[in-house]
Design a protein around this ligand. Structure first.
Ligand SMILES: NC(=O)c1ccc[n+]([C@@H]2O[C@H](COP(=O)([O-])OP(=O)(O)OC[C@H]3O[C@@H](n4cnc5c(N)ncnc54)[C@H](O)[C@@H]3O)[C@@H](O)[C@H]2O)c1
Ligand SMILES: CCCCC[C@H](O)/C=C/C=C\C/C=C\C/C=C\CCCC(=O)O
Length: 172
């Protein structure tokens, strides 16, 4: 089935490869294992910050990137390893990704996504890169940055923390 192939591909690229690659870099850089410290910047997306039916698989992978990177970058670990982990949530950015056909889990969603991608303001690659550089220069370990609609990069770590404070109610 085509959708299974697409789904497995997205999960492999956005989650499996990202996590294994991050951990390889992490273990190589960590100061408590003779490394020199360093920075890992992982790319999530605005789809990790809200719930939409359009791309359940892709959205799940970007939420996984956000959670993995935030947790790996927590102070308790950073203070031992000096490996800073920053997460970027990009908005729609004018790259090949949004130019090609996006095969959703069904035709109805594909049509809705096309409309959404056309309606949602698209930022330039330059804005996206400028925002990433800001996050690299200013971001603390475990921070999350929103870079969208050609606006300056915004540190949204406090929003993510508040969201998880709400989610954890009743857990402990
Ligand atoms: N463009 C957007 O609107 C947008 C929004 C949010 C997040 N993102 C994320 O940004 C990241 C980059 O996407 P993009 O918009 O630059 O897409 P893109 O398609 O323009 O670029 C992807 C690049 O990755 C390369 N690539 C693909 N498979 C590879 C592999 N197995 N090994 C090495 N390189 C490979 C491609 O050749 C291409 O150069 C993705 O994680 C995407 O989810 C993009
Ligand atoms: C609603 C607009 C959100 C845009 C931000 C987002 O990161 C950009 C996505 C651009 C294209 C989608 C890229 C990959 C998904 C590919 C196929 C979807 C597979 C089905 C699914 O995810 O459920």
């Amino acid at each position: 089935m085509i959708i299974i192939r697409i789904t497995l591909g997205i999960i492999f690229m956005s989650v499996t490869a990202l996590i294994t690659g991050s951990l390889k870099a992490y273990n190589w850089m960590r100061k408590d294992r003779d490394g020199k410290g360093g920075t890992i910047i992982n790319i999530s997306s605005i789809v990790a910050l809200y719930q939409s039916p359009l791309m359940p698989v892709y959205s799940a992978t970007k939420s996984a990137v956000l959670q993995f990177s935030n947790c790996l970058g927590k102070t308790e670990i950073f203070s031992r390893t000096d490996v800073r982990v920053i997460t970027i949530c990009f908005g729609v950015t004018d790259t090949n990704l949004i130019r090609g056909r996006v095969e959703c889990i069904d035709k109805e969603l594909e049509e809705k996504l096309l409309v959404a991608l056309q309606k949602f303001p698209t930022q330039s690659i330059d804005s996206a890169v400028q925002g990433l550089l800001t996050a690299f220069e200013s971001g603390t370990s475990g921070s999350t940055w929103l870079i969208t609609t050609n606006k300056p990069a915004e540190d949204i770590t406090k929003n993510v923390d508040k969201a998880y404070e709400i989610l954890r109610q009743g857990v402990f």
